[in-house]
Design a protein around this ligand. Structure first.
Ligand SMILES: [Zn+2]
Ligand SMILES: [Zn+2]
Length: 161
């Protein structure tokens, strides 16, 4: 794909029929800066940028942005919802069972067949989402001492953030 200048966040909002508000801009910027953020992280980032914003306002902005297709919501089982601004390509995700870190993973180059349902049962499919579960390099290979290891990894992650 040829490189194009990304439209500003203001332009993106207008293109998608949304009024430009400080809350929406803040949320859009926070998610763009930190893809796969959970609501708490987004709330913190927006508050740091624009001052007071309620958690409900963050939810409202996320709902509007997700509803209009500017953001994508991913919901790994047992994890808070995450939001990202990489939309429209049905990329996959790797999720660490230990620390919850989420990273993007592309499908096999040029191969979309893994996303095509063998039988769609008459559904009009518009999205496919694949989540690979495992352990990230920081958390290391699976250990037999699972509970202790998980605690340690989570604490280290908390300190880093
Ligand atoms: Zn991890
Ligand atoms: Zn992603």
């Amino acid at each position: 794909m040829p490189a194009v200048t990304a439209p500003s966040h203001e332009a993106l909002l207008r293109q998608h029929g949304l009024n430009v508000t400080a809350q929406r801009l803040g949320v859009l910027r926070a998610v763009s800066d930190r893809p796969h953020s959970a609501v708490d992280d987004i709330h913190r980032a927006v508050r740091a940028e624009i001052g007071a914003i309620s958690r409900q306002a963050v939810y409202d902005a996320l709902a509007a942005l997700t509803g209009r297709g500017l953001l994508r919501r991913i919901q790994p089982a047992g994890s808070p919802a995450r939001y990202e601004n990489r939309v429209g390509d049905d990329h996959h995700h790797l999720v660490c069972r230990s620390c919850g870190r989420v990273v993007d993973v592309d499908g096999a180059a040029g191969d979309t067949s893994c996303l095509a349902a063998a039988d769609d049962s008459g559904y009009e499919v518009d999205e496919a989402m694949v989540i690979y579960w495992g352990r990230c390099p920081q958390c290391g290979p699976p250990s037999r001492a699972v509970p202790h290891h998980q605690e340690t990894a989570r604490e280290e992650n908390d300190h880093r953030v």
